[in-house]
Design a protein around this ligand. Structure first.
Ligand SMILES: Nc1ncnc2c1ncn2[C@@H]1O[C@H](COP(=O)(O)OP(=O)(O)OP(=O)(O)O)[C@@H](O)[C@H]1O
Ligand SMILES: Nc1ncnc2c1ncn2[C@@H]1O[C@H](COP(=O)(O)OP(=O)(O)OP(=O)(O)O)[C@@H](O)[C@H]1O
Ligand SMILES: [Mg+2]
Ligand SMILES: [Mg+2]
Lengths: 158, 159, 159, 158
């Protein structure tokens, strides 16, 4: 299973509807400080709705939705779609949140609960796996994490 | 189940030692259960010994040695259960050129089974990428993304 | 004393805003007392707004923005009370080339009043150094130090 | 006041007696991972005996004294001398610790208590100042430190 495409609109610094196509192999993301690289990672964590939400820098809809600049007003919705490819199948996972706090999840355009997405991913060996997303700053702190946390990672892989 | 966990633990432990000596060009590392009597409740402790050095507490390793040891752990998990995709955000920041080179070789070796997305400021890392995206912010707070054509342009970003 | 602290606080606050806009080429930053009624017991909170961006919680800044904002705080202290010497261990790890360049210019500007010792893996940082020492470990666990002659050799390490 | 010279022997990876001369201006220290750059910083923190000792990676004499490799046995003593220049004056601060745990401080060759060194440095505006030594990894965590810790730094400068 691999990531085919990521579409981000209204999430953090993605005021413009942005479509990023990914391929198998190694993709590097580069650019100056503060231009949105880690926000791409955050959008993937956010659309997968994992436990990691708490560690996402800011999980309130205020922090998640584009909050404007001098020329553009804040937006009212954040929308992220992650397209995963699995053999011939395509899984489109969508998460949308509004300023009101209302939140919706979709799986291949059908409205579902977060749990349904997690179950589907789990069957395909993805799920809430923390062991393959390493956030900025965390690699240097990993060794000093609690033994229980290291165990949780191994359990996810097991 | 207990049997499943213990099997995974032993496999990953073996992988961890192998990947560690690959990345450090020698040395030895292992995983230990904090509570052998209760494997299903137990935490996991890491011990690591870079080549030629005496075994010491993890806190005494250097910044780069800590990063590399942690990467060895994650790659040991991948060896047991390949990740479908793997997203790494500036994990190379503390690595010197030689350690970085070994880490990148390992990543290239397994890129057929795992799709890697790596955020980096490092040119050596960009050189092993099959695709590169760049972010800019011509207008504050609004991200613009462009793709960097590898080949002719790739030489330009390596000046 | 309360008067002395408040005077320092106001000075450093003013410096912080100036240094921040120097390092970020714009923007605004300030210090605030968490408890205005008890200045001698109060903590200090930082707010920072990179140019053109809306004011948000510090946790939402990028990795490089956090490093640069922190460096602005320390240099604001130096502007009030120059440090005799200043030792920086890999503080440039998260900075892109442009931000690094502005940080290095600031460091060069005040090197007459403060002796800097900076540990780095970054070539741009090495270029502004007046002296360079290199560490190696030909024998594991035992550090060897050599000095790098600037000038002819300096070009060599910049390849 | 500036650092003129640092002499390290038996401290961490400095099995060889090492003398590093420093000059005014900017000195860069470079080299591969794990070769001793941060250990130089640790030796300065250690000889100044500051509160920071707790954060020194390992503060037990076992961690502080060279503990041997395949060709060299562990040493029995760690010895660091920092020479500071202040106008025409030179201040030589020495700290020595033995495996037994015995610890000695000297100021210009005269045995003193750590307190005497701290008082002398304080008079010359150095003292336990944390605001001019930034250890590896700490710059990225600084903003999320407690407000009280930021205040302490400002107080040291005030
Ligand atoms: N809700 C939001 N609305 C608008 N902008 C936001 C929002 N949340 C975050 N940002 C902006 O995103 C920027 C951070 O982006 P990000 O962390 O992705 O940077 P980066 O490219 O990873 O940088 P670095 O190289 O420093 O790690 C912040 O400067 C912030 O202004
Ligand atoms: N008591 C000791 N005896 C012998 N060696 C020691 C002792 N304490 C630490 N070391 C060695 O010092 C090394 C760490 O050195 P240091 O942290 O200075 O590296 P560094 O040059 O800063 O590397 P990096 O670039 O990764 O930050 C460790 O690998 C460890 O083996
Ligand atoms: Mg980032
Ligand atoms: Mg170091």
């Amino acid at each position: 299973m691999f990531i085919k495409k990521l579409e981000i609109h209204g999430f953090k610094s993605f005021q413009k509807r942005t479509k990023i196509v990914f391929h198998p192999g190694i993709t590097a993301i580069i650019g100056p400080n503060g231009t949105g690289k880690s926000n791409i990672v955050d959008s993937i964590l956010w659309v997968l709705g994992g436990k990691r939400l708490k560690s996402l820098r800011g999980e309130r809809s205020d922090d998640i939705i584009f909050n404007g600049n001098t020329n553009h007003p804040p937006m009212s919705m954040a929308d992220v779609t992650l397209s995963l490819g699995h053999e011939d199948e395509e899984l489109n996972i969508n998460h949308r949140v509004f300023r009101s706090g209302e939140s919706e999840y979709r799986l291949n355009s059908k409205t579902v609960r977060l749990k349904d997405i997690q179950d589907t991913l789990w069957k395909k060996s993805v799920g809430e796996k923390d062991y393959f997303i390493i956030e900025q700053g965390s690699i240097g702190l990993f060794l000093s994490s609690k033994p229980i946390e290291k165990r949780v990672l191994l359990e996810e892989a097991a | 189940s207990k049997a499943q966990f213990l099997k995974a633990f032993q496999e990953v432990n073996k992988n961890f030692n192998e990947v560690f000596s690959l990345l450090f060009n020698g040395g030895h590392a292992e995983l230990n259960l904090t509570d052998l009597n209760q494997p299903l409740e137990s935490g996991i402790e890491i011990t690591a010994q870079p080549p030629g050095k005496k075994l010491q507490r993890m806190s005494l390793l250097s910044g780069g040695e800590k990063s590399l040891t942690s990467l060895a752990f994650f790659f040991a998990l991948f060896r047991y259960k390949p990740a479908p995709f793997c997203i790494l955000d500036e994990v190379d920041a503390a690595l010197d050129d030689i350690n970085l080179g070994r880490f990148l070789s390992l990543m290239k070796k397994i890129k057929n089974q795992t799709q890697f997305i790596i955020i980096t400021h490092n040119f050596k890392t960009m050189e092993v990428a099959d695709y590169i995206y760049g972010t800019t912010m011509p207008e504050p707070s609004i991200t613009s993304i462009y793709s960097v054509k590898l080949g002719k342009d790739k030489e330009r970003i390596q000046e």
